[in-house]
Design a protein around this ligand. Structure first.
Ligand SMILES: Nc1ncnc2c1ncn2[C@@H]1O[C@H](COP(=O)(O)OP(=O)(O)OP(=O)(O)O)[C@@H](O)[C@H]1O
Ligand SMILES: [Mg+2]
Length: 504
């Protein structure tokens, strides 16, 4: 009922889409797959009125359609939850939910009570457990993503487009969202589902379309006729072979010399209202996972080590021998790097060139002699990282905002690696990164650990956590419940541990 035919889209010299055709019917879950930069977000933005195609036609119920804007499309039943969050951090959940809706609904300003009642239905459906009266900026990334989804659902769309909706969600939240998708399908809603989590795709989708380099390489294939391996082949083309042989590189037995002095030492550390008595010794070269749901204390520990949160008691010794940093500048000087989960709000300067983003911290914060790095070396560094992490970019001087989501994530990662840290804090470092690049980034994380950096890692992707970490500390409601060693790690075991606080 909604179709896009022969869509092309150019951004300057970049051909994001080269004649893509895509349709979705009522009651269908149609997954759209592709490597980072394949054109998925571009296509769904075009479907949802956020971008105009360079050529091609859209038809809604058979009639040619051109939406003026995302709001226009939403009014006509086509809603997009975009890959990057578009919330107002200072406003509370309720206001964010109704923001775009109030003026266009034509009603007299809806009362707060009215808003709350309408929101309740959707909130119950998604199982949101947080306070809608809190500024959304204080919510976890996954919760913010759910607020975005709730906002789309409030308009009762006929077509709901979800661009990587689960990338910041916990396993529980994901399961619930997949349930909501199924129930919307039963009610005849057509759903476009973009995701790098092939398991979720195979669980919920009816049909799959795969884009590669802006072209459709697998067209609306019923999910039963496709295997995960074939999907990876479709997404990555010739590069798939390399991923297959080197994919989730087998965990190399690394011997970590624990007789050495610990490089990072936390002794009985408490953070007011967030963490009680955490003790942790991490050795050079170790990748230590911190597993825990929102409110478990994991985020507080990372923030403390980056100088954003103060410990209330206990002792912290950084790998360089220094104390717990007071403030971010001090943390950076002490060799601490932090890749945050939220690349848009706190990670990158989207309007600035890629090269500048990558050199930003290392040049500004580390150099006290005031030297400015010249453009040549800056571009060279960007190109080194482009090759190492396979960042798809037209030029080092293009703004980061012009990169696809997964490629932005790689730049964020590169920016912190560039500082040569002795302590690397990673919060969902591969969020939105495709299956091929994920394996590469995991390889890079291992190699920086091998160079003697202490890595503390957390992620909503428990499978990755189990594959990557040497051991994992399980946090539950502010306490460390115990530790799982390399041989005890599994996705299932971690899921059980973070949700119940019990280690099996
Ligand atoms: N505003 C823009 N200006 C210039 N180039 C752009 C812009 N938006 C997207 N592109 C380019 O278009 C191509 C497709 O990007 P798109 O965001 O659609 O990829 P994607 O499939 O969603 O990838 P990801 O999985 O990383 O999110 C990329 O090469 C990207 O750099
Ligand atoms: Mg995208």
């Amino acid at each position: 009922m909604y179709s896009a035919r022969d869509i092309t889209k150019r951004y300057g010299g970049v051909q994001a889409l080269a004649g893509a055709t895509f349709e979705v019917d009522p009651g269908e879950v149609h997954a759209l797959l592709g490597a980072n930069g394949a054109g998925k977000s571009t296509l769904v933005k075009i479907l949802a009125g956020g971008e105009r195609p360079t050529s091609g036609t859209l038809r809604l119920d058979g009639a040619p359609t051109a939406f003026k804007s995302v709001e226009d499309a939403a009014r006509r039943g086509v809603a997009l939850v975009s890959q990057e969050l578009n919330l107002f951090p200072a406003l509370d959940g309720l206001h964010n939910l109704f923001l775009m809706r109030e003026p266009v609904s034509g009603h007299v300003a809806i009362s707060r009570r009215g808003m709350r009642e309408r929101a309740q239905r959707v909130v119950r459906q998604l199982g949101l457990a947080f306070d809608l009266e809190r500024p959304v900026g204080e919510l976890a990334l996954g919760e913010q993503q759910l607020v975005e989804i709730a906002r789309a659902l409030l308009g009762d769309p006929r077509i709901l487009i979800l661009d990587e909706p689960t990338s910041a969600l916990s396993a529980d939240e994901t399961a619930r969202l997949l349930g909501v998708i199924r129930s919307l399908r039963e009610h005849g809603v057509g759903i476009v589902f973009v995701s790098h989590f092939l398991e979720d795709v195979f669980e919920v989708a009816d049909a799959v379309t795969i884009l590669r380099g802006g072209r459709v390489v697998v067209a609306r294939r019923p999910v039963g006729e496709l295997t995960v391996a074939a999907a990876v082949d479709g997404m990555l083309g010739e590069a798939a072979a390399a991923v297959r042989s080197g994919a989730s590189p087998p965990q190399v037995e690394r011997t970590i010399d624990r007789r050495d002095e610990a490089a990072l030492r936390l002794a009985d550390v408490s953070i007011r209202r967030k963490v009680r008595g955490v003790t942790l010794d991490a050795h050079p070269g170790e990748i230590v996972g911190l597993a825990g749901l929102e409110g478990s204390g994991v985020q507080a520990i990372l923030r403390m080590l980056f100088g954003v949160e103060r410990p209330m008691g206990g002792r912290v010794v950084l790998p360089g021998g220094g104390p717990c940093p007071r403030g971010i500048a001090e943390a950076i000087r002490a060799g601490v790097a932090f890749v945050p989960a939220d690349r848009k709000q706190t990670g990158l300067h989207l309007e600035k060139p890629i090269a500048e983003n990558i050199s930003l911290v290392s040049s500004c914060a580390l150099r006290r002699d005031g030297l400015v790095i010249r453009n040549g070396p800056m571009a060279q560094r960007a190109e080194t990282w482009r090759d190492r992490l396979r960042v798809a970019m037209a030029s080092p001087w293009a703004p980061v905002g012009a990169l696809s989501g997964g490629n932005q994530q790689k730049v964020l990662f590169a920016k912190w690696l560039e500082t040569g840290p002795s302590l690397m804090l990673l919060d969902d470092p591969t969020r939105g990164v495709d299956v091929g690049a994920k394996a590469e980034m995991q390889g890079v994380i291992r190699s920086i650990a091998e160079g003697g950096t202490v890595v503390l890692y957390t992620s909503s992707d428990l499978q990755e956590m189990a594959a990557l970490c040497d051991r994992v500390l399980v946090f539950y409601q502010g306490d460390v419940m115990g530790e799982l060693g390399r041989d005890e790690l599994s996705e299932h075991g971690l899921l059980q541990a973070v949700t119940t606080g019990e280690l099996v």
